[in-house]
Design a protein around this ligand. Structure first.
Ligand code: FEO
Length: 172
């Protein structure tokens, strides 16, 4: 059994991960509308990964005897006027998610909940990777995205992303 406060934080994080997926699908909608199908594809896959994160957390709660409860998922509320705006918003969003995961970890550490700390280890590493991916995409866009050929190549590169369910992460 895990502590009530920790369970509540993880339950909230399930919602946050589902929201992340919803947000990235919204980015995909924006890029699809702009004719950048590679960018749209990249965010569609990112949305799938976010759903996986939510499923891992949901499974952890269930496996620890906690009843999962769902709240409303917020509407993505951003409108974009520049093509790099979603990339910036995505980078900022991942930094925010990292702070949320770190907070759960800190709360688990306070009460010596080593099981939850170990469960969260994968997410801490994953957040490092997600922040780096988001930052790299933004940097690449700033370097190459303002020229038609550069944007075309970048779109092709992002179109090649393949969804692969994690083999190292917690069970879903
Ligand atoms: Fe599930 Fe992008 O953090």
């Amino acid at each position: 059994m895990i502590n009530e406060k920790i369970a509540k934080l993880i339950n909230t994080q399930v919602n946050k991960e589902l929201y992340s997926g919803y947000l990235y699908l919204d980015f995909a909608n924006y890029y699809a509308d702009e004719g950048l199908d590679g960018f749209a594809h990249w965010y569609e896959i990112q949305a799938q990964e976010e759903r996986d994160h939510a499923m891992m957390m949901r499974r952890y709660l269930i496996d620890n005897g906690i009843k999962v409860t769902f709240e409303k998922i917020d509407k993505p509320d951003k409108t974009f006027s520049k093509m790099d705006a979603p990339l910036k918003a995505g980078y900022e969003h991942e930094q925010y998610v990292t702070s949320l995961i770190n907070n759960i970890y800190a709360e688990a550490a306070k009460i010596h909940d080593y099981k939850t700390m170990q469960f969260l280890d994968w997410f801490i590493k994953e957040q490092g990777e997600e922040e780096k991916n988001a930052e790299d995409m933004l940097k690449k866009f700033q370097l190459f995205g303002h020229d038609a050929k550069g944007l075309y190549s970048l779109n092709q590169e992002l179109a090649a992303r393949v969804y692969t369910p994690s083999t190292t992460g917690p069970a879903m």
